[in-house]
Design a protein around this ligand. Structure first.
Ligand code: NDP
Length: 444
């Protein structure tokens, strides 16, 4: 049996019931096959893949907090510190009822390669909890965040592990967590990114993942003889990534006609009204059913359905495994030319395969949503230097990082005989830097 298959089997055996983690490992290892086969003896001897797929450390803890009725609630907290070969652990904190160890491990594993692709010195990690901030009062969210940080602070720090936001963790949650960390440690340091502007946050961090997704999509289209202007775009999600992806796509001259949340989706043939979306989601924290009040010509549908709408470019920006094989078939049948992932692993493995087989340009999340973590790294730099750059400075750096990132994955795909397969290119380019650092640091 090949080394890749042996390691994959071991991952499945030793990490039962962690389907998303298996899926992420499978995709990466399959892409790495040619690289591994060329160096198989040395990689086997040094157990490179076994070390890559085993987190350096995984922490699981109890998070007790008191709700508004005086009832004690107990959630589970996680931090997986996956790989620190090229820098301190970095990756978001997800607060969503679906969170379990397997989800955090899949996200942490992906983060290793994503962070490497940014070209910045960042290791891979991820964390979160099965706490659901939806429908909780501000006081309840604060009580949870303080309890969560009361355990997490032991394991993180500006030079060791720097968490950020993710699903369910926005500016409010990061603020409460930062306050508690500062109180417990007695130091004011850049231990979290996505902070408020008044206490060390970076301009353009809020916009970064969505904007970055459009910068890399634009570069990919340009290099393949297409233009963003005039394209019809479908987007899923209506959170941080989706909102700013829609905004930047519109600035680049595209028309975005959909968005969604976990209950339903909106079709607005005249183009999504971003100001209305922000008011509904960011200010009032409401559901998308409200959108029709702002735009009477739009349609609201319960359930899933975004990928049925004909488009040139699809941007899945909600969550993992939200674009299935039947959606991929529909997109191809409707004449789409590109699928670029804003979320982490939103496209299922069989859907990805179908898209690639049918000549769709496909950008995997670990490349196309790396603008968020890249700008988090820019926030860390500003915190270390105790300065604050302007919006335009940060935005220009973000754009240059995303353009370079595209060329590094394009180049890796070409070097390994897989021209145009940006998934393989991203996995190989991300791996090359990490494995070089691991090899030079000895068996640790
Ligand atoms: P938000 O919490 O701001 O928004 C998430 C959106 O996705 C919401 O519209 C939410 O709907 C929807 N959603 C979440 N879970 C599900 C589900 N199970 N089924 C259907 N819809 C769902 O998160 P972000 O925008 O920050 O993150 C979105 C994705 O992007 C995630 O995969 C995240 O890991 C990834 N990402 C985020 C980065 C960032 O900087 N924020 C950076 C890189 C990647 P509802 O409100 O109903 O829950």
């Amino acid at each position: 049996m090949s080394y890749v298959d042996e390691v994959y089997e071991r991952v499945v055996r030793e990490n039962p019931a962690e389907a998303e983690f298996h899926q992420a490992v499978r995709e990466v290892l399959d892409s790495l096959r040619p690289v591994i086969e060329e160096n198989e003896e040395a990689y086997r001897r040094d157990a490179v893949l076994e070390r890559l797929v085993n987190p350096e450390r995984q922490i699981k803890f109890r998070v007790p907090w008191i709700d508004d009725k005086g009832q004690v609630q107990v959630n589970t907290g996680y931090r997986v510190q996956f790989n620190s070969a090229i820098g301190p652990y970095k990756g978001g904190l997800r607060l969503h009822p679906s969170v379990n160890l397997g989800i955090i491990k899949f996200l942490g594993f992906e983060q290793i390669f994503k962070n490497s692709l940014t070209g910045l010195p960042l290791g891979g990690g991820k964390g979160g909890s099965d706490f659901d901030p939806k429908g909780k009062s501000d006081r309840e969210v604060m009580a949870f965040c303080q309890s969560f940080m009361t355990e997490l602070y032991k394991y993180i720090g500006a030079d060791t592990d720097v968490p950020a936001g993710d699903i369910g963790t926005g500016a409010r949650e990061i603020g409460y967590m930062f306050g508690q960390y500062k109180r417990l440690r007695g130091v004011f340091e850049g231990v979290l990114t996505g902070k408020g502007l008044s206490f060390g946050g970076s301009l353009a961090r809020t916009e970064a993942t969505g904007y970055g997704l459009l910068y890399i999509t634009e570069e990919m289209l340009k290099c393949n003889g297409h233009d963003m202007a005039g394209k019809v775009v479908t987007v899923s999600g209506s959170g941080n990534v989706a909102t700013y992806a829609i905004q930047k796509a519109q600035q680049l001259g595209a028309k975005v006609v959909t968005c969604s949340d976990s209950n339903g989706w909106v079709y607005d043939p005249d183009g999504i009204d971003v100001a209305a979306l922000k008011e509904i989601k960011e200010v009032n924290r409401q559901r998308l059913t409200e959108y029709k009040k702002y735009r009477p010509n739009s349609e609201y549908h319960e359930g899933r359905g975004v990928w049925q709408i004909p488009c040139d470019i699809a941007l899945p920006c909600a969550t993992q495994n939200e674009l299935f094989l039947e959606d991929a078939k529909q997109l191809v049948a409707n004449g789409a030319i590109a699928v670029c992932e804003g979320a982490n692993m939103p496209t299922t493995a069989d859907a990805t395969e179908y898209l690639l087989e049918h000549g769709i340009y496909f950008l995997p999340g670990k490349a196309s949503n790396a603008g968020g973590v890249a700008t988090s790294a820019l926030e860390m730099t500003q915190n270390s230097e105790r300065i604050a750059w302007s919006f335009d400075e940060v935005d220009a750096k973000l754009k240059s990082i995303m353009v370079n990132l595209f060329h590094s994955i394009d180049d890796a795909a070409k070097r390994w005989g897989k021209e145009g397969n940006y998934m393989v290119g991203a996995n190989i380019a991300g791996f090359e830097k990490v494995v070089d650092a691991m090899n030079r640091q000895g068996i640790v």
